[in-house]
Design a protein around this ligand. Structure first.
Ligand SMILES: Nc1ncnc2c1ncn2[C@@H]1O[C@H](COP(=O)(O)OP(=O)(O)OP(=O)(O)O)[C@@H](O)[C@H]1O
Length: 487
């Protein structure tokens, strides 16, 4: 007899097991595991099969010198649950029954269902940057990721970076055929090394001239996972809605992906870099440049340099050309999981959008091209709260040169939960698919995903959903209390 998909969906398992503390009736039906809770508030726990990490038969307790033996009467369901807001937690449920056949039926049925998630990673190349953040990326991996990857049955090949740009060089030049995913533990600079390398690698393979702004850049075939281990971890935060490490690890294990825009930045002749979060000139450029000398301070260096640059309140004359449709007007729609705007942007044809160039100039405190909201634990809304992960646009946030007091207002807004900075009279935000900047007077540097970019006159172009990232996205209505002042 042929078994149809609908038969599998409607298949019901309903049995009583013993847990560590009590008897428990558990049902598996239509892709959901449901069991009675031990404690209120709710009387039932429901776990969709897509939140199950693995199902494993238990081992008998033996002396370490003896060979391990399977316990035919017990198995464990390893699963994840979303807590309040964006955070996910790992949980497990040990179930025992005196009938070994019943245990085998449950284990086999659930394992068969899990095999249907073919997108889940099996062979991961994992880079650790021991230099970023609090210099504890290796500890983060050991403490939060290693065991969960083992439970999920993921084989990990570890590579600890020895120098700046080693991750980038590695992915450009090595054969990656034996890996189905790449993960990094580090901050935004580490993620940036990884995707810059991956895109250049793909250009080399397909014979695309990456320096030509008019070329379509090819999408790397391999998805990437980001485990935050840097100072600000903006990219990880914007993707998952939190910089919680376990959440990031679980998103990789689930294997669901979303498309992230990248922005390619050029001087007159060459591709300088691709970025995923911000390209910022003026205040944030100066902070990136200055704070790098105080790396020994760890994340505190941003507060120290930020304060110094804030009171010095320099202004920078510059000229911008902005390429966009609808005069670059920003729509107040935030980006969430299953975002319609990002979904509908995947196959947009640029030539059908009716984009036009507009120019503007002035004296700025800061000019920022935000590819994502740039939210982080210090700035829960970010500089561009309505910038999307995959809509093919950057939000250009132009902060005019004004008084120190106004700069303080700006930073206080950025570091609080509400309201956003957009209604401040000296702030203007525009959507753009491409933009050019030319300095007129008072040169600064660019801060490109936290790294200093010395070339001042640049052209930038958004590449819609060029990168595939492991994440189910940020949940709706998640707000987090800021940990400290904005910068
Ligand atoms: N072994 C290494 N030694 C020195 N630098 C490294 C090494 N590996 C990577 N790097 C570089 O370290 C820099 C900082 O890393 P990263 O951006 O991950 O941390 P961070 O700056 O503390 O975090 P964030 O960017 O989130 O604020 C990056 O420029 C990266 O290229």
């Amino acid at each position: 007899m042929k078994i149809m998909d609908s038969d599998i969906q409607n298949f019901v398992l309903l049995n009583t097991f013993h847990t560590r503390k009590k008897k428990l009736r558990i049902i598996f039906h239509q892709g959901n595991l449901v069991w009675d809770n031990e404690k209120p508030p709710s009387d039932k726990t429901t776990v969709p099969i897509e939140n199950v990490i693995s199902v494993q038969q238990n081992y008998r307790k033996t002396h370490p010198s003896e060979t391990r033996q399977l316990n035919p009467n017990a198995f464990t369901i390893h699963y994840a649950e979303r807590e309040k807001g964006p955070k996910w937690v790992y949980k497990n449920l040990v179930l025992k029954n005196s009938d070994p056949l019943l245990v085998t039926t449950w284990v086999k049925t659930l394992q068969t269902r899990l095999k249907e998630f073919r997108q889940r990673p099996k062979h991961v190349l994992l880079f650790v940057n021991p230099f970023g953040g609090k210099r504890n990326a290796m500890k983060i991996y050991e403490k939060y990721a290693k065991n969960l990857f083992r439970i999920a049955g993921i084989e990990v090949t570890l590579n600890v970076s020895q120098r700046k740009n080693q991750i980038k060089d590695f992915v450009i030049s090595h054969n990656l055929d034996s890996f189905d995913s790449i993960v990094c533990v580090g901050g935004d600079g580490t993620v940036s090394e990884l995707f810059n390398g991956l895109v250049l690698r793909e250009c080399n393979i397909r014979g695309v001239d990456a320096d030509d702004i008019n070329q379509n850049l090819p999408r790397p075939r391999i998805p990437i996972g980001i485990i935050p281990g840097g100072s600000t971890d903006t990219i990880a935060y914007c993707i998952h809605g939190t910089d919680d490490t376990t959440t990031a690890v679980l998103q990789i294990i689930f294997g669901d992906t979303l498309g992230l825009d990248l922005v390619s930045v050029y001087d007159e002749h060459t591709l300088l870099s691709l970025y995923a979060s911000t390209l910022s000139y003026g205040y944030l450029g100066d902070v990136a440049y200055h704070s790098d000398q105080y790396r020994w301070m760890g994340p505190r260096r941003y507060e120290y340099s930020g304060f110094k640059k804030l009171v010095s309140n320099r202004g920078y004359y510059g000229e911008l050309a902005v390429y966009s449709e609808n005069d670059g007007v920003v729509q107040d729609i935030p980006c969430h999981e299953n975002c319609d705007k990002c979904e509908n942007s995947k196959d947009l044809k640029m030539n059908k959008l009716g984009c036009k160039w507009q120019t503007l100039s002035g004296k700025f405190f800061m000019v920022t091209g935000a590819n994502i909201s740039c939210a982080c634990s210090r700035s829960p809304k970010g500089i561009a709260p309505f910038s999307h992960l995959g809509d093919g646009m950057v939000h250009l946030v132009l902060v005019k040169h004004t008084s120190v007091l106004n700069n303080v207002r700006l930073l206080l807004r950025l570091s609080s939960n509400e309201p956003s900075i957009e209604d401040l009279p000296f702030v203007e935000t525009l959507c753009a698919r491409e933009f050019c900047f030319r300095a007129i007077e008072g040169n600064s540097k660019w801060n490109c995903d936290g790294e200093v970019q010395h070339q001042i006159n640049i052209r930038a172009k958004v590449r819609c959903q060029l990168l595939t990232i492991f994440s189910r996205g940020r949940p709706r209505n998640c707000s987090v209390d800021p940990t400290c002042c904005g910068f």
